[in-house]
Design a protein around this ligand. Structure first.
Ligand SMILES: *Cc1c(COP(=O)(O)O)cnc(C)c1O
Ligand SMILES: [Zn+2]
Length: 417
């Protein structure tokens, strides 16, 4: 059973029923789901959650939809992995990787879509749609297929092949829009007023956004019902970054963990860094940018939750960092080579920014840190294909292999062969 209570305006606090609406009629502020946390406190315990399924649905009382409407592809309860080799490489004592590359469509977007599609079905929508930087489209298309719903996904026309094919395979209508994500989003906002479709990140956005909280719930549970000293998350719209913190606070109010003290930091690519740039200038009002980065999944120039992300940095004594495209590639490689986890470009952004924040002393060595790795690397092959060590190319003969091995620059010739 869901304990969602109302939609609440983040600006004026006015409350609305749980309808497919997303902004306040009075002040146009964004609406957010609030819960009966006292009710949850009565009904839910660490044990009851522990007995739940190994998916996001173990947190069903905290989700704004009824489970009977779910389309369950197995999203969530992804591994929280101790990353000692990476920690050592960058100079931290304790680092954890939240590995969201292993979700059904290989990104954390399966969390938000699971919740949005359940709620959309509960509302009676028959078609589902989204404005996407790629991963969201993949997840919406997969879940629509699983539900047998009509599906329209709108994407910028310059996406990686893995993201385009990663939607097309489920056979939705894929609409490539000549323009940036911000153009796609504007088009979809107009369409949402004319078509009776659930646009997961527009007219059902308040419900969709709540799905990101499950990362925070899982991190707290997997650490043994506590929160880390520091957490670093990638930021596109800034939604996931803010919802992880909301999750920690709600777990506390529901009596499941102590008052969270986590410093929350955000990561962006320099080529699309409206939130980090505003943070560095010390203002809560970001200036929209025209994105130009290989981190396409984070390429939102006008971030819907940018203001709230900036407020959260202040509130939690966290920070924001940005990295160049070269540092994104280095970050992907560093994570892969030290921990065996292949992330997409957003993961390279997170690791690159984490490394910089440790190097500058902003994150202290003794702060136990969690890094959110939000998507898998196979979808962004283009980013790394030219950055890998040359393969050895040999005849099927031992001599040929050994000759190639000797010739290889920097290779450890004859090392315990
Ligand atoms: C969408 C996305 C994000 C961040 O999304 P927000 O809009 O900030 O919630 C991070 N990583 C990946 C891989 C994504 O697809
Ligand atoms: Zn309002």
């Amino acid at each position: 059973m869901s304990f969602a209570k109302a939609l609440r305006c983040r600006e004026c606090g006015r409350e609305y029923p749980l309808d497919p609406i997303f902004s306040c009629e009075f002040c146009f502020g964004p609406l957010e789901v609030s819960y009966d946390l006292d009710g949850i406190r009565e009904a839910v315990s660490r044990d009851s959650i522990g007995r739940g399924p190994s998916t996001i649905w173990r947190y069903a009382p905290f989700l704004p939809c009824d489970v009977e409407y779910k389309v369950d592809l197995g999203t969530g309860y992804t591994p929280l992995l101790r990353a000692d080799r990476l920690a050592k490489a960058i100079g931290l004592d304790t680092l954890w990787i939240k590995n969201d590359t292993v979700n059904p469509t290989w990104s954390f977007k399966d969390r938000v879509v699971s919740v949005a599609i359940a709620r959309a079905r509960q509302f009676g929508f028959e078609a589902i749609a989204c404005a996407s930087t790629g991963n969201l489209a993949n997840s919406v298309a997969a879940h629509a297929a699983g539900a047998g719903m009509e599906c329209f996904v709108f994407i910028p026309d310059d996406l990686e092949q893995g993201k385009v094919v990663g939607s097309g395979i489920y056979n939705p209508t894929v609409v490539k829009v000549r323009g940036s994500y911000d153009d796609v989003n504007r088009l979809c906002t107009e369409l949402s007023m004319q078509y009776p479709w659930a646009f997961v990140n527009i007219n059902v956005r308040p419900y969709y956004a709540e799905g990101s909280r499950t990362i925070g719930f899982e991190v707290a549970e997997q650490l043994g019902w506590r929160t880390p000293d520091h957490l670093v998350a990638p930021m596109a719209s800034g939604s996931m970054y803010t919802k992880i913190w909301k999750a920690f606070q709600e777990f506390h109010k529901a009596g499941l963990i102590d008052d969270p003290k986590t410093r929350m930091s955000g990561a962006q690519a320099a080529g699309c860094s409206p939130i980090t740039t505003a943070f560095e200038k010390g203002t809560l009002n970001f200036v929209p940018q025209k994105p130009n980065t290989i981190a396409k999944s984070l390429a939102i120039g006008n971030p819907a939750d940018g203001y709230y992300a900036l407020k959260q940095m202040q509130e939690t004594n966290g920070g924001a960092e940005m990295v160049t495209d070269e540092e994104v590639v280095e970050g992907i490689k560093l994570l892969a080579e030290t921990e065996g986890i292949w992330a997409e470009t957003a993961g390279g952004v997170t690791i690159g920014c984490l490394k910089k924040m440790v190097a500058s002393g902003f994150i202290r060595r003794d702060e136990e840190t969690v890094a959110i790795i939000s998507g898998g690397g196979l979808k962004t092959l283009e980013a790394v294909v030219d950055a890998l060590e040359e393969q050895l190319h040999v005849d099927p003969k031992i001599e040929s292999f050994e000759a190639a091995q000797r010739a290889r620059r920097g290779a450890l010739v004859g090392a315990k062969a």
